[in-house]
Design a protein around this ligand. Sequence first.
Ligand code: GLN
Length: 256
Amino acid sequence: LYGVARSAKALRAYTRGYILMMKLTLAYLYPREMNTYGDRGNVICLQKRLEWRGYKLDIVEHQPGDKLPVQVDMVFMGGGQDSGQAVIDTDFKRVAPWLRELAEANVPMLTICGAYQLFGHSFEMLDGSELQGIGILDVTTRAQTARLIGNLHIETEDFGTIIGFENHSGRTYLGPRAEPLGRVTMGAGNNGEDKTEGTRYRNIIGTYSHGPVLPKNPRLADWLIGRMPGIMSTKLEPLDDPYIDAARASAGARPR
Ligand code: GLN
């Protein structure tokens, strides 16, 4: 009897904790095809930073053909090889109107490398064939044979120095409406020519930064979190974490 009473109490406490935790939803697009160089770590980072502040983040993994989630607080899509980008192409066009609607409703999105390219107007691949993007971001990409590979530092106004890693054949050029995410101080960034890296539009970030980028760049992570529709207050409690400082110092000191 004592055992039953004890487990009932534990169950009640657990349920209460669960109900009190506010729930948010993140749509993770194409985790099979679009997930390179630790990109999934971004989702884990968001989940943990939310959990430490009393929120539960549900991650809805979207695969080609899946029904779209009704309500989302954020969208994430990582990088992938050209072949992976081609595999998701048809489904990506299907979900494009939904993404456009969310974008205009200021839902935050993080798009990395191959995803960043496809959120733009087009990606011309090495064999000359072209993947049409969904044009939410005003950027255009063309592949070149030499890949741009190595550690990447980006100077930004809102997030300080972003430390990441890049590996892409695509050269991305900003259109007239596009604002860069930042200025490259180490690495190639968008195209290796104009020193720009990534782009921003409303609450959407496009970047070549893998790594994953968010655990090492908590200001960017918290900026995205602060813009989620289900967040009660944009004033987030600061989270001290000596591991983040150590990871930034160690990754930031690596040569190109
Ligand atoms: N296929 C793209 C390129 O090489 C994207 C690469 C990536 O996402 N890492 O440009």
